[in-house]
Design a protein around this ligand. Structure first.
Ligand SMILES: Cc1cc2nc3c(=O)[nH]c(=O)nc-3n(C[C@H](O)[C@H](O)[C@H](O)COP(=O)(O)OP(=O)(O)OC[C@H]3O[C@@H](n4cnc5c(N)ncnc54)[C@H](O)[C@@H]3O)c2cc1C
Length: 461
């Protein structure tokens, strides 16, 4: 790791001289920019700047290379892997003010947006044109499209629609050198050259600062139906997920919560009997009304056949919204209820989800932790909160996490389905990636950023 220059009065003055760049220096706001939503992670930045145009970022990065100070891109700070935390100090570069929807082109079914646009704002704007932007992280009212692209965010709709990467056709980015590049296409297809768009998407702010995105849109589904299935035990609920998919149904969401989660959110659940259930599936089907009516009836039958005690179709949009409010509240409730909460977002092969959740009680018993499991079961992406009643139990909880990650990888899974590596999962990289793979990825980082000024200490350098 290189020695970085502190932000001296002289460097500050040179940054302040960049036209239009906004400097934030009051201690309280600097404190805010020292954290994201990763429990327990904090490092105060030396300075925060807000950009409104790409050329300001170009100048900032040229200066950073000249003086050797770190620059950390930041969207709206909802990350769960510590990716936007300035762990080597330096300047946090906020993209929050670059929040214009530049164009919505209904005939081409694309939109062109700046990185600071909130996910939900884009969804709402394109819906007015009868279009849909599917990526839907549970944080969609608080996170940015730039942050979604940098982390290749997923969400409940991934099971049918895929992740953010599947919707970014092209983008503009400022490289660590200060050069501005346009990569990708504005068309539905394009195979010219290496896929630079896909390299930058998911690079967690380590290869370039994304300043514009061209996103693919779909027709907005005409209707959506929601089903809540209650199971006495978690195992059969997870087996049922595999059955639904194997019978050829493709719901637009296929989420689950275990009994621990249901206990925690019981007071806001809009159906009776949910709190006492051993597991709950939250399933949606979208499309033409007649088609989804048939699909949800068939899926309901599969749930009952798989052991569900009850399976209720949400009668109206209000009940549907309430169910999603419950789903979205889980992480926060877990965090509030436990002084120690380590959040993981592992993925296991679809056919092995029931087997995986069956192993969790053994980890709890062996390490004295309480594990909550919920999330996107339809694509094998399980959110785990490994918790304890005291921060002193961190070592035991970390040992449990390490064993779980090893188990996941041995099962043919991956340590992160959507939150990314950031700082949180760095220690586990060698468990999943071969030395050759890591060497190649480090070389890519050095090619883009030889002085390691962009988001240092994350991913590979
Ligand atoms: C309650 C809750 C629920 C969540 N649910 C989900 C979920 O369902 N699915 C999911 O995937 N995630 C989820 N997340 C995590 C988080 O919302 C996502 O990772 C999101 O994509 C981060 O966006 P952001 O704008 O907040 O980015 P930030 O947190 O600000 O940054 C995240 C990373 O992206 C980089 N970055 C940000 N903007 C840019 C840019 N313009 N150019 C280059 N790099 C950039 C940063 O350097 C950092 O490494 C959840 C978080 C919370 C708190």
């Amino acid at each position: 790791m290189p020695e970085y220059a502190p932000i001296t009065a002289e460097i500050r003055a040179r940054i302040a001289a960049i036209p239009g760049l906004i400097l934030i220096e009051d201690p309280e706001t600097l404190e805010t920019f020292g954290k994201d939503k990763t429990p327990g992670a904090f490092h105060r930045p030396e300075l925060v700047v807000e950009a409104t145009e790409a050329d300001q970022i170009q100048e900032l990065l040229r200066l950073a290379n000249d003086c050797r100070f770190p620059v950390i891109p930041r969207g709206l700070g909802t990350g769960l892997a510590g990716g936007a935390i300035p762990i080597r100090g330096g300047v946090v570069l906020s993209l929050a003010r670059m929040n214009r929807i530049i164009a919505i082109e209904p005939r081409n079914m694309i939109a062109v947006v700046e990185p600071g646009v909130r996910n939900l704002d884009l969804k709402n704007a394109v819906r007015e044109h009868g279009l849909c932007y599917p990526p839907d992280p549970a944080s969609n009212d608080a996170c940015s499209i730039g942050g979604n692209a940098a982390t290749n965010a997923g969400g409940p709709a991934c099971v049918k629609y895929g992740t953010t990467r599947d919707y970014i056709l092209g983008l503009e980015a400022v490289l660590p050198s200060g050069e501005l590049i346009d990569v990708g296409v504005r068309t539905r297809k394009g195979v010219v050259g290496y896929d630079m768009t896909r390299l930058l998407v998911g690079s967690e702010g380590t290869l370039g600062v994304i300043t514009k995105l061209i996103v693919r849109l779909l027709p907005d589904p005409a209707a959506v139906t929601t089903l809540v299935a209650l199971f006495p035990k978690l195992g059969p609920a997870m087996e049922t997920i595999t059955t639904i998919l194997m019978r050829g149904y493709m719901p637009s969401t296929l989420e689950f919560m275990d009994s621990r989660c249901l206990e925690l959110v019981g007071d806001i659940l809009p159906f009776a009997g949910v709190k006492e259930a051993g597991a709950m599936l939250l399933i949606e089907s979208d499309g033409a009304p007649e088609t989804i009516r048939r699909e949800i009836a068939a899926i309901r039958g599969i749930c009952l056949e798989g052991g569900a005690g009850d399976a209720l179709v949400a009668p109206d949009a209000e009940k549907r919204k309430q169910m999603w409010d419950v789903r979205r509240a889980i992480s926060l409730r877990i965090e509030e209820a436990h002084p120690l909460d380590i959040q993981e977002d592992i993925v296991v092969p679809l056919g092995r989800i029931a087997e995986f959740v069956g192993c969790l009680p053994a980890y709890e018993a062996a390490h004295g932790v309480r594990i909550y499991a919920f999330g996107h079961a339809g694509d094998g992406n399980i959110h785990l909160s490994v918790t304890a009643g005291s921060p002193d139990a961190r070592k035991a909880a970390e040992t449990a996490v390490c064993k779980i990650v090893r188990k996941v990888i041995a099962m043919g899974g991956t340590m992160s389905g959507e939150h990314g590596v950031g700082i949180a999962k760095q220690p586990f990289l060698p468990l999943e990636l071969s030395p050759e793979n890591i060497r190649l990825q480090r070389a890519i980082k050095l090619l883009f950023d030889p002085n390691l000024i962009l988001n240092p200490g994350k991913l590979f350098a």
